[in-house]
Design a protein around this ligand. Structure first.
Ligand SMILES: Cc1cc2nc3c(=O)[nH]c(=O)nc-3n(C[C@H](O)[C@H](O)[C@H](O)COP(=O)(O)OP(=O)(O)OC[C@H]3O[C@@H](n4cnc5c(N)ncnc54)[C@H](O)[C@@H]3O)c2cc1C
Length: 417
């Protein structure tokens, strides 16, 4: 594996960056693996990386129907935060934040994690009470979150208009300073590179068409476009397609799949220093390192597997941004796109064993799983390797939908769902 260093960068700069070796090989499937992971998004690739690096399990294939990182990982707006309400969630998302801190060094790959702060605007007494509740709960769990007055919010984000004449006045904000953004593609590429270097096969353009079970009910492998692959352990990390994939194993998942869209403006000089979300007006915004304003809001209203979404939602999103930031009214929008997100009834993920021997799932991250990428990968790898959940993901079972021990994060899911 190429080691990135100042020396290797300089050397390759002299040859116009044309001589870098491939970062991972184009693998073809073997007949059998110890573990097959369905879905080469950040979560699946992360799980493969940690299986190899922390559990010594390297006979692993990560299989994707498209190109790696081409699902929601490569389509999201890259917001990273951990200010969720419940204790279980605080542990889960803060675990991911801890891993983000050192991820570039761990992977020797710059994932451009930027702790620029995520600020959630309050526009009403109700917003303020809800955010204060989150702040208190977060602090009890050691999660960084604080309340800002309108003037403090403006000082943190100068483009903010805090004049009282606005239709949605800013009455304050909740700020998580440790939160921020990262470069989504780099996260997938970094994990892919690290996993492949440890012997993991990454098989692209190969849909998994079914999960096969033996007479005892246990998993025996997966049917794919490139033939049957045997495996005693199969982990499904297929985001919006999870329920379709698991249906073939005879499981009906409590998931709904919705299109979620985002858009970017033309690039402009740095003018927006943090991430701002307004749940009430219903949009969020940040600025990428390329200068584009990155904008998003909620899911479409109807379930669908179309990876694009409807125009009315984009119109609503842009209107909401102009409401909060009138200075952007004359910006031109460059492009929009969509992904398919998998939403659970309590807006928390399902991460653990399934009631089929050898079958594991990581799904239900809905509109907010990018922030969890290192944590989800790490915990899925642990669960698969040890055949039991890590204490952090132990509450995030499928069974909670029958026992009633829900982890209701609908409010903390913020703008999106
Ligand atoms: C527009 C948008 C904005 C978002 N913004 C944010 C944000 O700001 N912050 C945040 O935390 N989260 C955000 N999210 C959510 C986040 O992107 C996802 O929760 C996260 O990326 C999920 O990662 P993953 O690896 O599980 O899924 P994915 O990256 O979607 O990977 C799943 C993979 O499974 C593959 N697959 C599916 N079916 C099959 C099959 N049958 N066979 C083989 N492979 C299959 C897919 O091709 C895909 O590559 C956003 C999502 C979208 C769409």
């Amino acid at each position: 594996m190429t080691h990135f260093s100042a020396r290797s960068l300089l050397k390759n700069a002299l040859s116009g960056h044309k001589d870098w070796p491939a970062q991972w090989p184009e693998s073809q499937p073997k007949a059998e693996y110890d573990v097959v992971i369905v879905g080469a998004g950040g979560h699946g690739l992360g799980a493969a990386y940690y299986l190899a690096s922390q559990h010594g399990i390297t006979n692993v294939a990560v299989i994707d129907k498209g190109w790696l990182g081409g699902g929601n990982t490569g389509r999201n707006t890259t917001i990273i935060r951990s200010n969720y309400l419940y204790d279980e969630s605080a542990r889960l998302y803060d675990h991911a934040l801890d891993l983000w801190d050192n991820l570039s060094q761990e992977l020797n790959y710059n994932v451009m994690y930027s702790r620029r702060g995520v600020m959630m605007l309050a526009h009403s007494v109700h917003d303020e009470q809800s955010f204060q509740r989150h702040i208190h709960s977060n602090r009890l769990n050691g999660v960084d979150n604080c309340w800002l007055t309108p003037a403090e919010a403006k000082a943190f984000c100068p483009p903010l208009d805090i004049t009282a004449r606005r239709r949605f006045p800013v009455v304050g904000a909740a700020l998580q300073r440790r939160a921020g953004t990262a470069r989504h593609d780099a996260v997938a590429w970094g994990y892919a590179r690290g996993a492949a270097a440890r012997g993991v096969d990454i098989i692209q353009n190969c849909p998994v068409t079914a999960i096969r079970r033996g007479p005892d009910g246990a998993v025996t492998g997966v049917e794919t476009a490139k033939g049957f692959i045997r495996a005693k352990k199969v982990a499904v990390s297929a985001a919006g397609s999870t329920s379709v994939v698991l249906q073939s194993a005879g499981l009906r998942m409590p998931l709904e799949s919705y299109p979620l869209q985002a858009l970017v403006s033309e690039p402009v000089k740095p003018c927006f220093p943090c991430v701002v979300m307004s749940n009430t007006v219903h949009a969020y915004i940040s600025q990428s390192d390329k200068g584009e304003l990155v904008i998003g809001s909620g899911t479409d209203q109807y379930v669908s597997y179309s990876q694009r979404g409807g125009l009315p939602l984009i119109e609503h999103t842009v209107a909401a941004i102009c409401e909060v930031f009138p200075m952007f009214r004359r910006m031109r929008m460059l492009r929009k796109w969509g992904g398919i997100v998998d939403v659970t009834p309590d807006r928390s993920p399902i991460l653990g064993k399934l009631p089929v021997k050898g079958l594991y799932v990581n799904c239900g991250w809905g509109t907010g799983g990018f922030k969890a990428t290192p944590g989800a990968g790490h915990l899925l790898a642990w669960t698969v390797a040890k055949d039991e959940p890590h204490p952090i993901n132990a509450p995030f079972t499928l069974e909670r939908f029958t026992t009633g021990r829900l982890i209701d994060e609908a409010a903390a899911a913020a703008v999106a769902h």
